[in-house]
Every structure is written in structure tokens, then in C-alpha cells.
Design a protein around this ligand. Structure first.
Ligand SMILES: [Zn+2]
Length: 525
């Protein structure tokens, strides 16, 4: 219990070790300063952020602006220092370019045997994620690539054994059970990145058969516009994705002779099947969104210039075409509320008891549209990049993995494997707060949330995540389904860990020479 000897605030820690059987019971020993945060405060913040009034907090929407203003007002009332672009500014502006789709066409042809042509109509039959500002005109042979998931470390690779280069990949939405808890592999962003890296021209996405709710979610996710950071030459960096509506998908499946075996569609070539698509875009316009930043200054006269970041994205998916809102209570009102709670506990410490380094709280904008806020900060940080010692990111931390009550006290901790020192620290902290952590050190991180931007920059990155569930990205992601007892422990864990990292004389460092995972990797619950 190194944590005991190191920290004066932990003097009252009363962890009961049941002699001989190795069971640790924590709870009563919680440092007093962590008791200022409550499940009721968390419930209040999640309920507001996930309310109808905020309408799903889509980037650039009035609901997202209200959410940002709400977070800034919370930071203000807790006594944080504004840490945006100006001295008294809570915000960092994130300049963006946006272009909407004007029109498009898509044709599927069977060229061998008796030729058959399927003409698909923009809007009625298919939607697009453009992947750039200038539209496209592409054609190629089709290949069926299963779910389009490249996750060899999970024993799943839909690209093994198929030729993707120069082809148009026909893939199924969703993911098989074996990789379901890994948005870094299964999200549409991850699938597009995998398709791109394998040289594919485009993804043609079929809704999962029999999942009408899933199809509605997908449609909301395929917004007919392209949004990117201003000044970023992202043209052509992402792979265009085309989503077929259910009926059009059924026609294509029958024309191409694709066999959809439940749970395990095998990738295979589609000889004689040729697909051509065009997309025209409207002119681009300049728009912007905002990150929200608040600071607790460090107490050491030198080390206050070093920073620990605690972050969570505040945007979500908005609403779908029939007007139904995606409340995003877990994704990610839960993370924002836990970040605010951690700030509340740390800000309530007397100034002389505050940790040595400064703690910077950041609510990210535009995560759902490709990590826009964190990418912008990564390129233009408001504090010197080399002074950022660690980031703790929270995204979806209020539910139970797979909706299973057996996971009501478990949390996944995904962190840079190049920072092995984090393992001991995490284990120590949860011994005090009573959460069961599942550790997932990663040398490479898929596009799962904002921490990935920092990991790529060689900054120690840690991500808390309570797992996926049936309401993920759905209208059922409501505040009443949040496990607030767990969310309280997540907030306490975050605050305690941030304190430790900010006060540690030698914080864990990112060691680029580490090329194999050294730490413990826990199995998923
Ligand atoms: Zn999220």
C-alpha cells in the first residue's frame, strides 16, 4: 500500500484486508476530500445534458452550444480558472469547413452470364459519408469483405484472403460478438480507415439483416455532409462510405449472390460484379465549434507549468430523420459529468493541499465527427505540448458492459503500453475507490476516442470506458439507465488518479523503445 505512505490526505484510509484470502474491501477508507461529490450531482448533470432541450448535442447545433455554456458555467462556479484562448475565456475555437452533398448516383452491374443492372437513387436507396469536399466519381470490381473489420489482435481479420486494392468493398454494418467491445475496431471510422489502408476505393455498407433499430442508427450516422478541420488537407484521407437502405441492400445481395450467414459472413470475391458511384458536393463554408477548458493551478512554484489533462467529449449524434433524439446519456454525458465531479473534488481542496502540477479539464467538441476538437488541440494546444504529462479521457463510463449486471462494478482502462508505470498506479487507486478495473495496455490505438490523438503524439494516454450495450448510439441511451453508483466511483477514481499523477515527483513517462506489451492484460468481463 504505497499510496498510504506517500499521501498525507490518505491518512484515514481504512482498507480492510481479509487475512490470508487476498480479498480487499475498500470504501470506508475513501479520502475525505472525495466525499464532496455525490451520485445526485452526477444524476443532475447527466439528466440535463441528455435532456430533450439539448436535442442530442450534435456538433454545430444549438444543443451543443448550450452544453458548452453549461460546462463553462459549472467550471466557473467550482472556481476553476478559464483556460481557453484568452485570459478570461473558457473556450478554444475549433475552425471547421463544411460541405453538403448535392446529389449522387450508384449503379451495380452483373457483367457475367445474363447482364443485370441495378440503378440506385440517392436518398431513397442510399446515403453517403463523402470522405472529402470534392465529391467522387469512382468505379471498380466489388468484393464482399464480411464486416470490414481489421482486428488481427482480436483474432478477426476480414481483409485476410481477399484482394481489397482498387476494389469497392461490400461490408455488413455492425460486428461479430468476438470483437463487439472494441469501438476502435468496429466503428464506421475504423472500418473506413482499414479499407483505406488496404487500398480500397469505397465501402458499400449493408445494414445488418433483421436489425431495424440498427439501420435507423446507421442512417443517423451517415450525415450528408463533410466536416473537417479548417486548414487540414484531409481530401482523400478517408474512404467514402455508402450506406444502402434495407430494400436496396436486399436487391444487391440477391443480384451479387452474397450469402449472409448469421454471426460469421465469410469474405469472398464477387466475380463479375461491378459498382460505380458518383457524388456531387455543394460549395464549402466556414463554420466553427468550441472546446471548453478550465484549470486548477498546481501548488508547486516550478511544476505548476506541467499539466495533467482530464477530458471528455460533450457532443453526440443529434436526432434522426424522424425527429427521435439520441440523448447520449452514456455517450458521453456520463464522461462530462464525471469530469465535472472530479473537478469539483479537486477544486475544493485548500490551495496548500493541491497537487504540484496543474490539472487542465477539457470538454471536447466534435468527437462524433472525427475527433475534431481534440485533433485541433493536438495541433494547436493552449499549453506547451511538451508540458502535458498525461491525459485521462472519459467516454461512456456510466453503464455495464454488454448490459450485464455482473459488470456493474467493472471499468475498462485502456492505456499506452509504452507507459508501464500506469499499471501500479491504477491498481493502487482502485483499491481505494473500490472499482474493478480491467486493464488493456495498447501499443497502437484504433480511432475509439479523443485520447488516441495524444497517444499518437507520444503523450501518456489513458481512457476509461465502461463498455458497449444495446443502447449504444441509440435513442435508448437515456439518463435513467445510467448506473450512478458506478459513475460516482469512476469520478472518485478519476479525481484520485489525477491528483496522484499531478503530485508524483516522477510521473510515468512514454517510452518509445517499448515495442511489446509488458503489463497485465485482463480478460474482458
Ligand atoms: Zn463517445
Amino acid at each position: 500500500m504505497e499510496i498510504l505512505s506517500r499521501k498525507h490526505w490518505a491518512a484515514g484510509l481504512a482498507v480492510v484486508l481479509l487475512a490470508g484470502c487476498g480479498i480487499t474491501i475498500a470504501g470506508e477508507g475513501l479520502p475525505h476530500w472525495l466525499t464532496v461529490i455525490t451520485a445526485d450531482q452526477l444524476r443532475g448533470d447527466v439528466t440535463f445534458l441528455a435532456s430533450e432541450e439539448l436535442a442530442g448535442r450534435a456538433v454545430l447545433s444549438p444543443g451543443s452550444r448550450t452544453a458548452a455554456a453549461f460546462i463553462a458555467s459549472r467550471f466557473d462556479s467550482l472556481g476553476l480558472k478559464p483556460a481557453g484562448e484568452g485570459d478570461r475565456d473558457w473556450y478554444q475555437r475549433v475552425p471547421l469547413l463544411r460541405a453538403r452533398v448535392h446529389s449522387g448516383s450508384c449503379r451495380v452491374e452483373r457483367r457475367d452470364g445474363e447482364p443485370v443492372t441495378l440503378e440506385l437513387v440517392w436518398g431513397d436507396d442510399f446515403r453517403c459519408r463523402p470522405g472529402g469536399f470534392s465529391g467522387f466519381d469512382l468505379s471498380g470490381e466489388a468484393v464482399f469483405a464480411g464486416y470490414g473489420i481489421h482486428a488481427p489482435d482480436r483474432g478477426h481479420d476480414d481483409f485476410a484472403g481477399i484482394e481489397a486494392k482498387g476494389r469497392i468493398l461490400v461490408v455488413l454494418a455492425g460486428s461479430p460478438d468476438t470483437v463487439r467491445s472494441a469501438p476502435g475496431h468496429c466503428s464506421m471510422t475504423a472500418k473506413r480507415a482499414a479499407a483505406r489502408s488496404h487500398g480500397a476505393r469505397a465501402l458499400l455498407v449493408l445494414p445488418e439483416p433483421g436489425s431495424s433499430e440498427g439501420a435507423a442508427r446507421l442512417r443517423a450516422d451517415f450525415r450528408p455532409d463533410h466536416l473537417a478541420l479548417s486548414g487540414e488537407e484531409d481530401e482523400g484521407l478517408t474512404c467514402p462510405a455508402i450506406l444502402l437502405q434495407e430494400e436496396a441492400a436486399a436487391r444487391l445481395v440477391s443480384l451479387a449472390g452474397i450469402e449472409l450467414v448469421p454471426g460469421g459472413p465469410e469474405p469472398h470475391s464477387l466475380p463479375g460484379i461491378h459498382i460505380s458511384c458518383t457524388l456531387q458536393m455543394e460549395d464549402t463554408e466556414s463554420v466553427s465549434t468550441r472546446n471548453v477548458l478550465g484549470l486548477i493551478p498546481g501548488s508547486d512554484e516550478l511544476r505548476f507549468r506541467e499539466f495533467i489533462i482530464v477530458s471528455a467529449h460533450y457532443d453526440h449524434l443529434g436526432s434522426r430523420s424522424d425527429g427521435r433524439i439520441f440523448p447520449g446519456a452514456d455517450d458521453n454525458a456520463s464522461g462530462v459529468a464525471a469530469m465535472i465531479a472530479a473537478a469539483r473534488a479537486l477544486a475544493a481542496l485548500p490551495v496548500h493541499r493541491r497537487p504540484a502540477r496543474s490539472i487542465l479539464f477539457i470538454a471536447w467538441a466534435g468527437e462524433e465527427r472525427g475527433f475534431l476538437g481534440s485533433e485541433h488541440f493536438g495541433g494547436r494546444p493552449t499549453v506547451p505540448r511538451g508540458q502535458i504529462k498525461t491525459i485521462i479521457n472519459l467516454d461512456m463510463v456510466g453503464r455495464n458492459n454488454r448490459g450485464d449486471a455482473a459488470n456493474s462494478n467493472t471499468l475498462l482502462a485502456i492505456y499506452s503500453a509504452q507507459v508501464p508505470g500506469l499499471e501500479t498506479l491504477l491498481d493502487e487507486v482502485v483499491t481505494t475507490t473500490g472499482l474493478e478495473l480491467r486493464l488493456r495496455p495498447r501499443l497502437h490505438m484504433g480511432p475509439s476516442s479523443d485520447h488516441v490523438v495524444f497517444h499518437r503524439l507520444g503523450i501518456p494516454a489513458l481512457h476509461f470506458f465502461s463498455g458497449v450495450h444495446q443502447d449504444y448510439n441509440g435513442p435508448g441511451d437515456t439518463a435513467d439507465r445510467i448506473n450512478f453508483g458506478k459513475l460516482l466511483k469512476v469520478s472518485q477514481t478519476t479525481a484520485l488518479l489525477a491528483f496522484q499523477l499531478a503530485d508524483e515527483p516522477d510521473p510515468p513517462l512514454f517510452d518509445e523503445t517499448i515495442t511489446t506489451v509488458q503489463g497485465r492484460t485482463d480478460s474482458l468481463p
